[in-house]
Design a protein around this ligand. Structure first.
Ligand code: ZN
Length: 384
């Protein structure tokens, strides 16, 4: 057995953890670029912390998912203010943007110089600016991963910048920051967390450390996502989901994902659709088709039995079948009123193009078994 595990230097978890951000930031320097989402108010507690510690803050707002042009502007601003550190506060989009900005600020150049698939894929030679990542949703796990998903509107696709040097230096995960999330955001981000625990657990690069995190995280999603959605201020449920998101981030960064994320990257580049909603629509169908393909073409693979394990962790029934796990996931997405792919604009006529792109997407490579174009098309048609 060979594996490696990458994580931030420090992970600080717990209600009220945000109170430590000022002192942590002051340890890196006196000038910070604060990257946040559309709603700048969300960063107010962070700005207050920085002010109290005498750290000058310049806010850079990322409206929507980060684009190649947007992170280029953010990096230019970091250079202009001679930022000594970057603090990211928000959902997966600002966190990913901040990882790219912190890397570009020291390495120079443009995102496309370093991006996979659509770019030139150059390595990042210099360390990034130190980054403190503070998630305000419980979904992406971006605070502990080493890639930034960027949209390139001219290519109509999403692709990553990826480097060990892009792992945030410190992740501060404070579940209290998620108490005010509206139910729709709790649902889509929570279902992303669920997907990011299922896919690494059944992927072709899994390892025992990731397995342990996935099992633990799946149990927490199973018992708490519905509650966090219906009772946003339930501290125990929010804590479970913050942990599940964190564990999903560790899992995807240190194992891999699968066809759900292969598809969701492509669909997210073509349509305006919440990432978690796209994942939720695809997950049950990818689970079902993957398991059938494993039974047909790799009956001895130890991964096939993992679909039963997922079902047992999710349903709480030690005798649950893989099919019951698939049904549990489908019912959860329905109960949480997640919009369908059709509602996001995906139609049957888009299937061939999406399948072609998803078949070569980086997310698809760790899928437990290589799926045929016919199987990918079957999944997509069922998910629409
Ligand atoms: Zn995801």
């Amino acid at each position: 057995m060979n594996f490696e595990f990458t994580a931030p230097q420090r992970v600080i978890f717990g209600p009220g953890a945000i109170q430590q951000v000022g002192a942590l930031a002051a340890g890196f320097g006196r000038r910070a670029l604060v990257v946040t989402g559309r709603d700048i108010e969300r960063a107010a507690p962070v700005l207050e912390q920085l002010r109290a510690q005498g750290v000058a803050a310049t806010v850079f707002s990322v409206a929507g998912e980060p684009t190649v042009a947007g992170v280029g502007q953010g990096a230019a601003q970091a250079v202009r203010i001679a930022a000594e550190l970057v603090v990211a506060c928000g959902g997966g989009s600002p966190l990913d943007a901040a990882k790219a900005i912190a890397a570009l600020a020291t390495n120079g150049g443009q995102p496309l110089d370093y991006m996979e698939v659509v770019g030139r894929g150059q390595p990042l030679a210099k360390p990034s600016l130190p980054l403190i990542a503070i998630p305000t949703t419980a979904g992406t796990g971006s605070e502990v991963t080493r890639n930034a998903v960027l949209t390139s509107p001219e290519h109509g696709v999403k692709a990553s910048m990826r480097s060990f040097s892009m792992v945030p230096r410190i992740a501060v995960v404070d579940p209290e920051l998620t108490y005010g999330l509206p139910p729709a955001v709790t649902a889509s981000t929570g279902l992303d967390a669920l997907t990011q625990l299922v896919e690494p657990y059944v992927c072709n690069r899994t390892n025992p450390l990731v397995d342990a995190l996935c099992r633990e995280g799946l149990g927490r999603v199973a018992r708490s996502l519905r509650r966090a959605w219906s009772h946003g201020r339930d501290a125990a449920a929010r804590e479970d989901m913050a942990l599940a998101s964190l564990f999903g981030g560790f899992a995807l960064a240190n194992a891999g994902l699968g066809a759900v994320h292969g598809f969701s990257g492509v669909i997210g580049g073509m349509f305006r659709a919440p990432h978690g909603a796209v994942c939720a629509a695809l997950l049950p169908h990818v689970m079902a088709v993957n398991r059938r393909a494993l039974q047909e073409r790799a009956p001895d693979s130890p991964l096939a039995a993992r679909y039963e394990e997922v079902a047992r962790l999710l349903t709480g029934n030690p005798a649950a079948s893989a099919e019951e796990g698939v049904a549990w996931v489908a019912r959860l997405a329905q109960d949480l009123k997640v919009p369908s792919l059709a509602a996001c604009g995906v139609k049957a006529e888009h299937v061939p193009l999406i399948v072609e792109r998803a078949a070569v997407a980086s997310g698809t490579k760790a899928n437990p078994i290589e799926l045929t174009r016919a199987e990918l098309a079957e999944i997509l048609r069922r998910a629409i």
